[in-house]
Write a protein that binds this ligand. Sequence first.
Ligand code: 5AD
Ligand code: SF4
Length: 473
Amino acid sequence: MERNNNISAEELARQQEFMEKVKDINEEFYNKTGRRKKMHITTFGCQMNAHDSEKLLGMLKNMGYEETDEEKDADFIIYNTCCVRENAENKVYGNLGYLKHQKKENPEMRIALCGCMMQQDVVLQTIKEKYKHVDIVFGTFNLYKLAELMYINMETNAPVFDIWKEHGEIVEDLPTIRHFKYKASVNIMFGCNNFCSYCIVPYVRGRERSRCPQDIINEIKALASDGVKEITLLGQNVNSYGKGLDDEITFAKLLRMVNEIEGIERIRFMTSHPKDLSDELIYAMRDCEKVCNHIHLPFQAGNNDILKKMNRRYTKEHYIGLVEKIRREIPDIALTTDIIVGFPGETAEQVDDTIDVIKKAKFNGAFTFIYSKRTGTPAAIMENQVPEKDAKANFNRVLEALNPIIYDLNCAKVGKVYKVMADDVSSNDESYITGRLEDNSLVHFKGDRSMIGDIFDVKIIDCKTFYLIGERV
Ligand code: 5AD
Ligand code: SF4
C-alpha cells in the first residue's frame, strides 16, 4: 500500500541528530555532576494527549533523562495541555505560577508547554506577557520536534516558541514509552472536521487526516510481539477513518484487519460520532471476537433544537434508533457517552430531553460536563448563555437520572463470572488488583502485582455506582 501524508525520512533523521546532541549535553552534565537530569510530564485531557505524552517520554528517555514522580525534583518539566474546558486551562496557569518560585531554587530547571492550549493566540500572548519563566512552547502539530527545540533553547538560553497553524505530515516511528506493558494506544487518525459549535478541538487539532492502514497494522504487530494484548485505536472521530486516503478503507475494514493480528486479545476504540456510525461498523463489532463489547457514543444533548445549535447533525430519535440497532446486534454491549449541560439557551425543559435519552439508552457510564465557553467557537457568541446556578441545577438533575441506571446495570453483574484484564495494583490497597471487564467496567479483586497484564475469570460479588468488587474463580 502506498504511503502518503507521512513526514520524510530526512526530517526524522535530522530530529534523531538533535536527540543525540541533547543527549551529549546531558552526558557532559552527568560527567561533571555525577547526577542524571530528571524529567516530569503532566498530562491534561483526553487519551490522545496521554498517548502524545508517551511519545514525549520516549524522546526524553532517548535524550538521557530519568523520569521522576516528583515535579519539584525535575530539571525538565512538560505540561501537555488541554483546552476543551476552561478549568483545565486554569490549572495550567495555577501550576505555572507556582513553578516560578521552584525555578529560582533550581536554575537548571526548564519548563516546556505543549498541546491543545498552545494552539490559541490568546494563550501564547498570556504566556509571553505573564509567564516569562517558560522556556519552550510548541503545539499539537510539531511534537516530534521536541529535541530540536530543546537544543535551540539550551544553546541560546532564550525562550523558544514554535507553533504551527496547520498540520504538516503525519509522523511515524517516534520512540514511545508505554504507560502499561500489556496495553497500548495507537493513533489511527488526527484532527476533526465536525466543528460542533461548542468545541475548540477542530481549531487546535486541525483537519482530519488518517494514517495509512499498513502503518497502523505494522505498529500493532510490533506491539503484539512486544507483549501487548490490548489495543485502543484513537481518533477524534474514528468513524470517518480512511477518508482522503488512497486506499479503499473504512474504520470497519480496519477493525477486521486488526482483529486478525496474532497476540492481540482485546481491541477498543475512541471516539465515535453518532452521525457517521455505519451498519458496516456495527457488523464488524459484532463479528470480530477481539473487539470489546463496549462503545463510547457521545450524544451531548437530547433536545433537537439544542443538537441543531450544537451542529451535531443528528436528532434525538436518530440517536435512540442507533442505540436500539446496536443493542439488537450486540445484546451484551456496554454503552457510554458524553453529555453537556448548560449549552447557550438550554432550558430546564430541554434538559428533560437529555434525561429522556438517558432513561431510554440506559448508559453504563457517562462523562458529564457543564458547558464551558471557549473563545473562538460559534457557541461563545450565542445569546442566552446559561447562568452557572441554572446549569448546575440541571447538571445535578442529569446525574440523579444517570447514577441509579449505572448502579442497576452494575448490580446486574453480581453473581456472574467475567474475563478481567488485570491492569494495576489498587492505589488504595496493594492487596487488590484493578482490572477491566471486556465491556470496560472497572473491578477490584484480591491479587498481586505478578498478575498484571493477564486475563482472569472473576466472579462479581458486590457493586457500586462506579466500580465492581470481584473474586477470582
Ligand atoms: N464545554 C463542555 N464540554 C465540552 N466538551 C467539548 N467541548 C466542551 C465545552 N466547550 C466535551 C464533549 C466532548 C468531550 C470530549 O468534552 O462532551 O465529547
Ligand atoms: Fe469536538 Fe465535535 Fe470534533 Fe468531538 S466531534 S472533537 S465534540 S468538534
